[in-house]
Design a protein around this ligand. Structure first.
Ligand code: ARG
Length: 461
């Protein structure tokens, strides 16, 4: 086939050069977005008097049938014949409606077409990611509410630290996801300017109406600088950064759940429908979905770095390097949507082993900090109290008896400030109820938070 846009060439592109440079196998994903953009462009061309109403209608109808035909086609099978999805659409349109198709590309370039198509595509995907974030928030709130009375050890350095409510721990992820949602909303807002009509880089001498196509495609306004329009991939970097941060959170949630599901912790059980067996060890129930999420976070972060490095040395305006942005983008977007979906289902179906959680919270050492506060409230200076509790802990470990099982006279030896009420310090429920500060794990506050988030996430969809 003769090269499209190939007037100035005497030779066809070499086979290996084709194979090396053609991108249809990847950017076929932009099919529907390109058709939307092209349709808006075709409508505008008639209003601008550059083509007739009949020609415009023919283009619009033709694009519709191209979309129908190509959405059913195996684009990967055409990947060696057409340079990219934009070329494929153009050629298919010519086959369908004949020479009128040759007018579609009036006043535009693939440089502004590709970037506009990616924005149109991404807007929709960001909406899906945001919906997925809300679903996961809902699932976490659901699990927190279902087991609202359950306390677990909270950890620092993965060492038992202090008793917290399970719901409080889960709500920590709800907060992270809320920030993620805001970041995606901001990214969508930042990309809300239409680059179409920037043409190759300089704008156009034809009377095309950029405001009209921007409006038709639902953008707030046309971009202000034609060179920036075709060379900008910030919106893509931003989305990839937001996805990388989201995945960092999903990965940490996965890691917590993987740990909690081990025999060593035993706090939770997830459903068989989200676990897998071992090919050799018949007893195994493996957390593969969580491990895959944790693993895919690696690619999500890598995709961000790959694009940043691709872009950092490019002179203005368009360079073919920028074709490489799409593979990373599509992969990150796809994995973000899938991971949010699978995690939401898994979290909702997770069961909590209340007895084992309770057992874990009876460890006296979890209350060393409460003991410290107890002594401070009885009038001991912080540093003295800290040293004192340190000695008590050391003693308890040496004689291999938990603090709460020492007799009153044994405890009293450490300080005359210690009174009979000391034993309350080791009570998990009392410890939780004693937390006073804003944002703490006090059950009344956590219940309020659960209610707040339940309400807020219900309103979002
Ligand atoms: N497939 C190309 C890309 O994604 C389309 C733009 C091509 N423009 C060009 N001047 N070669 O970047």
């Amino acid at each position: 086939m003769k090269k499209l846009w190939g007037g100035r060439f005497t030779e066809e592109l070499a086979d290996d050069a084709k194979e090396y440079s053609y991108s249809l196998a990847v950017d076929g994903e932009l099919l529907a977005a390109d058709i939307r953009v092209s349709t808006a462009h075709a409508k505008m061309l008639a209003k601008a008097g550059l083509i007739t109403r009949q020609e415009s209608a023919r283009l619009v109808g033709g694009l519709e049938s191209v979309l129908k035909e190509l959405s059913k086609a195996d684009l990967a099978a055409l990947a060696q014949e057409y340079e990219d999805v934009h070329t494929l659409i153009q050629v298919t349109l010519e086959k369908k409606i004949g020479k009128t198709a040759k007018k579609l590309h009036t006043g535009r370039s693939r440089n502004d077409l590709v970037v506009t198509s990616v924005k149109v595509y991404l807007r929709e995907k960001i909406a899906l990611i945001r919906a997925g974030i809300v679903e996961l928030q809902k699932a976490l709130v659901f699990l927190g509410e279902k087991f609202s009375g359950v306390a677990i050890p909270g950890y620092t350095h993965l060492q038992r630290a202090q008793t917290v409510l399970l719901a409080h721990h889960l709500l920590a992820y709800v907060e992270m996801l809320e920030r993620d949602g805001k970041r995606f909303a901001q990214a969508a807002d930042n990309m809300n300017e239409c680059p179409l009509g920037a043409a190759a880089l300089a704008g156009s001498s034809l009377p095309i109406d950029r405001a009209a196509t921007a409006r038709e495609l639902g953008f707030a306004r046309p971009t202000a600088n034609s060179i920036d329009s075709v060379s900008d991939r910030d919106f893509l970097v931003e989305t990839l950064a937001d996805i990388a941060i989201l995945f960092m959170h999903l990965s940490r949630l996965s890691e917590d759940m993987i740990l909690w599901n081990t025999s060593e912790f035993g706090f939770i059980n997830f459903p068989d429908s989200y676990a897998t067996g071992s090919s050799l060890m018949p007893h195994k129930k493996n957390p593969d979905m969580l491990e895959l999420t944790r693993g895919r976070a690696g690619a999500a972060i890598g995709n961000l770095v790959a694009l940043l490095v691709t872009m950092k040395g490019l002179p203005l305006a368009y360079n073919r390097d920028m074709q490489e942005d799409k593979k990373a983008l599509f992969e990150s977007v796809r994995q973000a949507i899938r991971s949010l979906g699978v995690l939401s289902h898994l979290v909702r179906k997770t069961e909590v082993n209340e007895e084992l959680c309770y057992q874990a919270t009876t460890d006296s050492l979890l209350y060393a900090t409460d003991l410290l506060d107890y002594l401070i409230l009885k009038g001991t200076a912080f540093e003295d109290a800290h040293a004192l509790v340190g000695r008590m802990v050391q003693h308890s470990l040496t004689i291999e008896r938990p603090l709460k099982e020492l007799s009153f006279s044994e405890l009293r030896q450490f300080s005359p400030k210690i009174e009979k009420d000391i034993y309350q310090v080791f009570n998990p429920a009392k410890s939780l109820a004693g937390k006073k500060t804003i944002g703490s794990t006090q059950p009344a506050l956590v219940a309020k938070q659960l209610k707040f988030w339940k309400h807020k996430t219900a309103k979002k969809r």
